[in-house]
Write a protein that binds this ligand. Structure first.
Ligand code: BYC
Length: 314
């Protein structure tokens, strides 16, 4: 039973900007919400390797291949930092993975879109990693210590991903007409799905109020989306690319770029598992998990052997 006094004391710690650490008392609902959101974040990093991984064998040069290999490996690392952070809440990694491979856990909608050309890889670096940083920079200051620290570390790598993506997009934008057309086409296809990464409008976001009260989220979905749009409009303009939103206009009074309405039916369709690539992505991840069973068994056997020999020696 949680007493009102415990809940009030907990809220006072949050309001004072204190970090909550694994052994501290926390409301069960706080634990559940963090487990839900943090594990979905981890799954997103892991599934997120697939769209770009699709182009490792077809990168246009050795340099681009090395950069892409390193980036995709970084995403795997982000998934592992996050699983470790969420395990401190008492949830086992095996259970989290089971929930997303065979249960109802979600991962970011953006990874259910195909990568049709190499320009998509460039645009993912610029827009998708760019959107992820806007979100994760805030999560790096959230109230739960292990999740905040995992995000801090992720942001350091993610900001490099964004820079290399923007550099590649800029290179293509100043290339021959065919390259320019290819990169503009990628921007056109990824623009709205990227904005959807920030989640539904605040009025349709059932979790935001509670997450903000507990400082798990520091901003609402719409606030972060606006922050991202204000930044990207400038970046697109600087390299002569356009964004596929005819309603995009600068509001002198608010100092923000106003955007058109997003295709929300498409968003919910993808979130419910019916996007173009949902089934393929899940199939790829399940296969990888099942084919990797022997590696996990071997690692566990090795760990057991090490433990036994340590016990014998002591
Ligand atoms: N996609 O109440 P709401 C990366 C769900 S990967 C799918 O607003 P919340 C990278 C939501 O889960 C990093 N589902 O939720 C990797 C909820 O359903 P449940 C990705 C979505 O939690 C490789 C329902 O809709 N970043 O950087 O308050 C290559 C209602 O929404 C989405 C993260 O994961 C969506 N877009 O806020 C390149 C950030 N949006 O769970 C790059 C961490 C909403 O109640 N996550 N839903 O059944 C977050 O910041 C928050 O969870 C969200 C949603 C803003 C996404």
């Amino acid at each position: 039973m949680e007493t009102q006094q415990q809940l009030d004391d907990f809220q006072a710690r949050i309001d004072a900007g204190e970090k909550i650490e694994p052994k501290d008392w926390m409301p069960e609902r706080y634990r559940q919400q963090l487990t839900r959101m943090g594990s979905q974040h981890a799954h997103s990093e892991i599934v997120g390797m697939l769209p770009e991984g699709n182009w490792i064998g077809r990168a246009p040069s050795l340099k681009r291949k090395l950069v892409l290999l390193a980036k995709v490996q970084d995403e795997a690392g982000h998934g592992l930092y996050l699983y470790s952070a969420i395990e401190t809440l008492g949830e086992s990694r095996a259970n989290m993975i089971d929930q997303y491979l065979y249960g109802s856990a979600k991962y970011s909608s953006i990874f259910n879109y195909p990568t049709l050309s190499y320009a998509d890889v460039c645009v993912i670096g610029w827009l998708v990693d760019g959107a992820a940083i806007v979100n994760q920079t805030k999560l790096a200051h959230c109230s739960y210590g292990p999740y905040a620290r995992a995000n801090l570390r992720i942001c350091k790598e993610e900001s490099f991903h964004k820079k290399q993506g923007y550099e590649m997009v800029a290179k293509m934008a100043e290339g021959i007409p065919a390259q320019r057309k290819m990169v503009q086409d990628a921007v056109n296809r990824f623009w709205w799905p990227t904005l959807m990464m920030f989640g539904p409008h605040d009025s349709d976001s059932p979790n935001s109020e509670e997450l903000i009260k507990w400082q798990i989220k520091l901003n609402t979905n719409d606030e972060l989306r606006q922050h991202f749009v204000d930044r990207v409009v400038m970046e697109a303009g600087a390299i002569g690319l356009t964004l596929p939103d005819h309603d995009l206009k600068f509001n002198e009074e608010t100092g923000h770029w106003e955007m058109g309405e997003m295709p929300w039916d498409e968003f919910w369709n993808v979130v419910k598992g019916n996007g173009v690539m949902n089934r393929e992505r899940m199939k790829a991840r399940r296969n990888a998990h099942e084919n990797g069973a022997w590696v996990r068994e071997a690692a566990q056997a090795y760990a057991r052997k090490k433990k036994l020999s340590r016990e014998k020696a002591s």
